[in-house]
Write a protein that binds this ligand. Structure first.
Ligand SMILES: *[C@@H]1O[C@H](CO)[C@@H](O)[C@H](O)[C@H]1NC(C)=O
Ligand SMILES: *[C@@H]1O[C@H](CO)[C@@H](O)[C@H](O)[C@H]1NC(C)=O
Length: 632
């Protein structure tokens, strides 16, 4: 009857909880983070480059008013592994502000860095951010000139990390002289770029389209266009800038269908590629392009990459969007496409997008909408594609980079104790470490009291962002240590106190006396362990093996308990009480079957008096409501 009720309640709750956010992750250890899930198709793993995905999902491109921001963190900078498992959620750092051009940089010093644009909002102008791999901000490159905002398109850190390129938009008048209307001017958004000093944000170089790109090059204006008041036409729409070793720049203007070479010496336009005035003999076309970058460049030859969107919101100029690589021969003025990678689903990326050549010559392409991205072999073969499970979000650009994350914050741990009677009490420990890479597994430790001796209680491999571990008994104080594949410790959590049910009876506890904490040294030290197969020679490796065997058969149970947990977050406490009343009985009976090991029941006997806890039986029953884990 109870099991039946439990199933019924489970079904009902599932119906109400599930609808709106199954496409988002939720974590016990980071309840405020709702990272986006991915749909992924691996076609050929062998040929994929190693690395992590760097994406910055946003819901709406315009900054949301600070008062309108949703409480839980979904948008912002995120790192995922190649299987779409979360590595770092940076969203809580910036209160749901939009983030753009989020990537790793290996061109600053011998350590990897992060960079991204923090969008302006109703209070601030926004800035370009550079972080170290401990996730500490090293530079915030703000707006020190008269510009209204830090533009969202580009934050391109030059080698050595001293300067950075950014796009600029200005509201000013341009002439209609080239339309045969010499006395007329219109307000327009002109497009340009700046090279900024990373330390001071001072403008070292500035270029603007006013007086350089006449009105007739724009697809947004024609000889009959009427003049308009500010802000006027977005007539060029700059969206990318890069620089070569010679000190010259390359920029992409979406609404002139043109890539321009700009002299670093005098700011003149040296050449145009594409559009109505191309200086090149071209064997390819492109329209409404994004993210032009130098692949290589010397006096005689530029090799560039770009996203050929081939369309915008209003019209389709081409059949399909494609990543392009092209050579620009500066002696013959011939432009030749050398690689063309079409969008795998045959669609059009009508706006945004980027193209990244990976170190092994693979190409990673961000098709932007719904975070769609794909990886391709040097010959163009599709190796993988992925997109957000949710269609509510996009990422302006998406990148793949190697990454080593060593957060200064310790791993996050949440532990709770449950049971139906004194013999089957379990401590359920959840652990994650936001931003840490190279974690192979977790060592779990318990203490009888906060400063007590640390007792090793188990190891489990890391399989996802968050790992759950079931420890036999009531472990009151727990800590967790991350270890790499060689067993080296990467870091350890603080010591956390285990949450217990507010009311044991209401979660299905049948025993007469409320459970009291166990002494982990009695339960887990080898000589007293019922698991004689633990060979503790003091190395992690031996623990890893034995603990793996021991806990293999609890995995199924772990999964079902985890599902219960996932379900419970977001549900009110009263529902949790009713739910657990029915459900815990079933789950724990199952757990009991799986554990197949007898435990020694042992209450505190050695609690030091300075802790003020003379007798375990008189321990105050603390009011640590389950709500802490379930109010997400
Ligand atoms: C210039 O770059 C092209 C393309 O990478 C290369 O083939 C050529 O040898 C280079 N020329 C010089 C003078 O380095
Ligand atoms: C092992 O258990 C026995 C009694 O069961 C106890 O006397 C002994 O102290 C325990 N050993 C350790 C290391 O806790």
């Amino acid at each position: 009857m109870m099991l039946f009720l439990g199933t019924l309640v489970l079904g009902l709750l599932h119906g109400t909880v599930a609808q709106h956010d199954l496409d988002l992750y939720s974590f016990v250890t980071l309840p405020e983070v709702r990272a986006l899930k991915f749909e992924i198709k691996h076609i050929d793993r062998e040929r994929q480059a190693p690395g992590y995905w760097f994406v910055a999902p946003y819901g709406q491109i315009d900054p949301e008013k600070s008062t309108h921001r949703y409480q839980q963190y979904q948008i912002g900078p995120y790192i995922y592994d190649n299987d779409g498992k979360l590595v770092w959620a940076g969203s809580p750092l910036y209160e749901n502000r939009n983030i753009f051009d989020f990537k790793a940089n290996w061109n600053i010093d011998d350590q990897p860095h992060l960079s991204f644009i923090l969008q302006h909002d109703d209070r601030v102008k926004g800035s370009g951010m550079i972080m170290n791999n401990k996730y500490e901000v090293e530079h915030e490159v703000g707006v020190v000139n008269d510009l209204q905002a830090f533009n969202m398109h580009e934050f391109n850190i030059m080698d050595g990390g001293k300067t950075v390129l950014a796009c600029t938009y200005r509201t000013q008048t341009i002439s209609f002289e080239d339309f045969g209307r010499p006395n007329e001017e219109t307000w327009a958004q002109t497009g340009g770029f700046v090279e900024l000093d990373v330390n001071s944000a001072d403008v070292l170089y500035e270029w603007d389209s006013r007086g350089q790109i006449p009105a007739h090059e724009s697809v947004k204006l024609n000889p009959w266009s009427s003049t308009s008041d500010a802000p006027g036409s977005d007539y060029v729409h700059i969206n990318a800038v890069d620089k070569n070793d010679a000190g010259d720049y390359i920029i992409s203007m979406r609404f002139t269908n043109t890539i321009y070479g700009i002299s670093g010496q005098d700011g003149s336009i040296m050449w145009r590629l594409g559009g109505s005035e191309s200086d090149f003999d071209q064997d390819f076309t492109f329209h409404k392009q994004h993210d032009v970058k130098f692949i290589s460049s010397n006096e005689t030859m530029h090799v560039i990459s770009l996203m050929n969107n081939g369309a915008d919101e209003g019209q389709a100029d081409e059949r399909i969007s494609a990543a392009l690589y092209a050579t620009l021969d500066m002696t013959t003025m011939e432009a030749r496409v050398i690689k063309r990678i079409e969008r795998p689903d045959g669609g059009l990326t009508r706006l945004r997008g980027n193209v990244q050549q990976l170190p092994n010559q693979n190409t990673f392409v961000g098709w932007s909408q719904q975070g769609y991205h794909s990886e391709h072999a040097p010959n163009g073969d599709l190796l993988m594609w992925a997109k957000f499970a949710s269609d509510r979000f996009s990422s302006y650009r998406s990148y793949k980079f190697d990454w080593i994350g060593r957060p200064i914050d310790p791993p996050d741990v949440v532990s709770s104790v449950y049971g139906t009677n004194r013999e089957d009490v379990l401590t359920i420990i959840h652990v994650s470490w936001n931003g840490a890479t190279d974690i192979a597994g977790w060592n779990f430790y318990a203490r009888s009291y906060e400063d007590g001796d640390k007792v090793f209680i188990g190891y489990t491999a890391k399989t996802d962002f968050e790992t759950m571990y079931l420890a036999d008994g009531y472990m009151d104080w727990v800590s967790v240590e991350a270890v790499d594949k060689d067993g080296n410790a990467l870091g350890e959590s603080e010591t956390h106190r285990t949450d217990m049910p507010e009311n044991w009876k209401s979660v299905g506890f049948q025993g007469s006396a409320v459970p009291t904490p166990d002494d982990p040294s009695l339960l887990y030290l080898p000589e007293n362990s019922t698991n004689s197969n633990i060979i503790d020679d003091g190395t992690s490796a031996s623990r890893i093996k034995s603990q793996d065997q021991i806990y293999a058969d609890t995995k199924e149970v772990a999964k079902s308990v985890y599902k219960v947990y996932a379900l419970l977050r977001g549900i009110e406490w009263f529902a949790v009480a009713a739910f657990f009343g029915c459900l815990v009985l079933g789950v724990v009976l199952g757990v009991k079957r799986f554990l197949r090991r007898r435990r020694q029941v042992s209450s505190y006997k050695n609690v030091p008096t300075e802790e003020g806890l003379e007798d375990a039986e008189s321990l105050p029953v603390e009011e640590i409501p389950l709500r802490r884990n379930s109010d997400g």
